[in-house]
Design a protein around this ligand. Sequence first.
Ligand code: PAF
Length: 287
Amino acid sequence: MNVLTTIAEIRDAVLAAKNNRQTIGLVPTMGYLHEGHLTLASNARKENDVVIMSIFVNPTQFGPNEDFESYPRDLARDTELAASAGVDYIFAPSVEEIYPQDGGIYIRAGRQAQILCGASRPGHFDGVLQIVAKLFNLVQPDSAYFGQKDAQQVAIIQTLVRDYNFPVELRIIPVVREEDGLAKSSRNVYLSADERCQAPAIQQALQLAKRELIESRNVEKALTLATKIIEDNTDGKIDYFSILSYPDLKEVDEHSGQIVLAAAVYIGKTRLIDNLIFSLKGEVAHV
Ligand code: PAF
């Protein structure tokens, strides 16, 4: 496996693959890999000739008071893990390599980015779209792999691909969880032992709300129940708990097909997100 750090190197690797008529799968990450990322990589491995994983902690998607500086990084460990998942190339550029000092063109996310994580992280999804669009242009992947854990990110990237005509197939991979239900996340390392014990309550609250919603179709009741689970079982602070149609992220009504039940909760200082996507008939939905 090769670690590439420059735009010239990634372009050469992509050109070689295209000349050999090889398909390319892209796994965009910010590194500090966990099983969720490795599941994306192994899906990409099964479905493509060449697998490229980007590892780039993207400054433009972090707010001024967020954890850009302290975000966990370990390229040596990531390289070993990515190799074991069958990745062919890691693309790990510097910030200077990716963003021109005098750059002035931005992408602005639309309505889907004004709510949920976008409401408490203004500009976050603009930054995500900026880096994802750049990666799509540099890597020209046939398929790109994203985790359903970031359901709003997935919905917004689907809109990017549609609105900007990127010739890429998005492959959305279900959330990978710890045994107690906690969604795997690079930020789980921030949790103290006590906070780690509280964190699975998020998934329990989502499951309970889902059951309530399927049985009663009562959005308010489902949200009240979920809030109570978080309040009774954690010292956490709810950022949001929402029930919306998916992927358009609008209010649920009788015509809604897929539903996303999405939560963001601060456990201590760590903001954790999780979600369930399903149809009101109770089946897990196809994203
Ligand atoms: O989901 C992430 O890790 C990031 O938002 C992504 C898609 C790699 C863009 O930086």
